[in-house]
Design a protein around this ligand. Sequence first.
Ligand SMILES: *[C@@H]1O[C@H](CO)[C@@H](O)[C@H](O)[C@H]1NC(C)=O
Length: 363
Amino acid sequence: MMLLLLVALLLFLRGCPGLPFYNGFYYRNVMNDRGYGNGNGHGEGLFNGVKLVVETPEEALFSHRGANVTLPCHYHYEPGLGSPRPVRVKWWKLGEEGEPERDVLVAIGLRHRSFGEFRGRVHLQQENGRDVSLVIRGLRLRDYGRYRCEVIDGLEDESGVVELELRGVVFPYQPRLGRYQFNFYEAQRACEGQDAAVASFEQLFRAWEEGLNWCNAGWLLDGTVQYPITQPRQPCGGHGTAPGVRSYGQRHRSHHRYDVFCFSAAQRGRVYYLEHPEKLTLAEAEEACLEDGARIAKVGQLFAAWKFQGLDRCDAGWLADGSARYPVTHPRPNCGSTDPGVRSFGFPDPESHRFGVYCYQTS
Ligand SMILES: *[C@@H]1O[C@H](CO)[C@@H](O)[C@H](O)[C@H]1NC(C)=O
C-alpha cells in the first residue's frame, strides 16, 4: 500500500504536461491508455494469492562480438490467469567491477525505449505474450556481464538475472617505452587502441586457469593491479609461493603506473600473414595491407585470431602499434617456446628492421 501511495504521489508530481516519462517507465500514459490503474482504488488489488514468476537461465550464455544474442526471460502466473494483463518490463545491466549499473530497455506492451549504448540495438523478443527475452544486436566488447530482467504487474515485481559472457582472450600489454608506463586511463586507451578493452578480474582469472603466466603487474577494470602466476619462480614472488592471481589491490588511477591486461573478443574479420616477396619496414607494411584491401592488424586482433581462428605462423610480422609478433598454436622446434602463444619481438626500430606483416580484413 505504501508503494502504491508513493507511485500515486510521484505520478501526481510528475503528472505535469509534457512529462509522461517517469523513471524509465511510461507509467501515466500507458496505464491510462489501458484504462488501468486509474485510481479507482482496486485496480492493483486483484492479486490476492496469485504469484508472478519470472524465469531466466541459470547457466551463463556465451556469445561473440558482432553476434546477435537473445537473453531469455519468461514470466507466468501461479495459479495461471486466463486473460492477459499488461505488465511493464525493465532490463538493466548490473554494475560490476566499479562500474555503474545501466538501463538497457523498458517496455510496456509493444512500446519500448532503449538507453545509452543500447539505444537502437535492443528489443524484446515477444514471441508469445510472456516472452520478454532481450535481443541485443551486434554485441560489443563491453556488453558482457549480468543483466536483470524485471517484470512489474501492479504491485507485484519479480526479476531474474542472465549472465552473458563473450568469448575472448586476455593479453598483457606494455607500450614501446617499456614496463610500467600506464596510469589507469592510459591503460584503457591503450587497450582500446588495440581493438580490446581492459580485462575484468573474472576474465584474467579464467585466463590464469587456462595457463596465463605473466610476471608483470597490470591494471584491471576494477582499478586493481594484479598478475597471474601458474609457475612460481624466483623474481616473480618466489619458488615457495602457490600459483594464483596475485593482487596489489586498488591503486591510484592517475598516479600509479603499471602494464595492463586487455581483453579482446572473437571477431568476424580475418587476420592473415601477408604473402609478400620481401621483408618490409613498418611504413611499407602498413601500405602493403592497404594495397591488399585490408589494414595492418592490431594486437588484440592478432590474439583473437590466434585463439579463435587457430592462426599459426612462424614468421614475425609488424602490427599497427609498431610491435612485431607471431602467433603459434602448434609449438615446434625453431619456433619459439614449447607453449602455444603469441610471441613478441617488442618494438623494433621501424625503419632499420624489416619483417612481414599481419593484416586484418573485416568481412
Ligand atoms: C543481426 O540481426 C540483424 C537484424 O535483425 C541482421 O540484419 C543481422 O544480419 C544479424 N547479424 C548476425 C551476425 O546474425
